[in-house]
Design a protein around this ligand. Structure first.
Ligand SMILES: CC(C)(COP(=O)(O)OP(=O)(O)OC[C@H]1O[C@@H](n2cnc3c(N)ncnc32)[C@H](O)[C@@H]1OP(=O)(O)O)[C@@H](O)C(=O)NCCC(=O)NCCS
Length: 179
């Protein structure tokens, strides 16, 4: 049976009103790397290799975001400010990512527990989270703010704020400390 996960609060500060829509990107002939600036000449997003990534037209993003190459960002995905998405990351529909988030290479999120089904539950990543290299996070899970997921982890449960979790399945290890 589909699990019920608690609903998460996610904080976008000011960004939701000001998010940019990726359909603007598709209107542009993309140089390498692509840097989109807003009217105040502030960097909105930098895409390292746009023709080697899939980015859905309705993707919404804040300021100062970076997307490396060979990234898949599906429809109905929203990210905040200062989000770094490294190479080979997979982000399916309904994923929500807050501000100041680092997503290391080969990270994957899921959204469908028994595919193909109609019941999709996205992953939610709150502010100031680091997701380590190759970690996989099951749909419906929330990673609380300031937490760190160690590389190679399989995250099957919601992670509270300010904690380090790793392993398969990922478990609480110790309170988070910043690098
Ligand atoms: C989870 C993490 C933050 C822990 O860092 P830390 O607090 O400095 O912890 P340590 O490296 O001292 O490791 C503590 C213990 O946990 C183990 N450990 C650390 N990370 C682990 C992981 N991802 N999976 C399993 N065990 C892990 C270590 O082997 C060590 O075990 P020991 O006590 O038996 O020797 C770090 O290991 C990590 O995974 N960072 C993400 C790196 C990354 O993906 N960078 C992306 C850029 S390419």
């Amino acid at each position: 049976m589909q699990k019920q996960y608690p609903r998460s609060k996610i904080y976008y500060d000011h960004t939701l009103d000001e998010t940019q829509n990726a359909s603007e990107l598709s209107k542009t002939v993309l140089p390498f790397p692509t840097v989109m600036k807003n009217s105040a000449n502030k960097t909105q997003i930098k895409i390292c290799n746009a023709d080697k990534s899939y980015i859905a037209n309705d993707f919404k993003y804040g300021y100062n975001c970076m997307i490396a190459s060979m990234v898949h960002i599906d429809k109905d995905v929203i990210i905040g400010n200062n989000v770094s998405i490294q190479g080979l990351v997979y982000i399916p529909p309904k994923t929500r990512i807050g501000n100041n988030v680092f997503i290391a290479p080969q990270v994957g999120f899921s959204n469908d527990h028994y595919p193909p089904s109609e019941i999709l539950q996205g992953v939610t990543i709150e502010n100031n989270v680091i997701i380590g290299f190759g970690a996989k996070i099951i749909g419906g899970v929330t990673v609380g703010e300031n937490s760190i997921i160690g590389m190679g982890s399989i995250v099957t449960k919601c992670v509270p704020s300010n904690q380090i979790w790793f392993g398969n399945p990922a478990k609480f290890q110790y309170p988070s400390k910043r690098y």
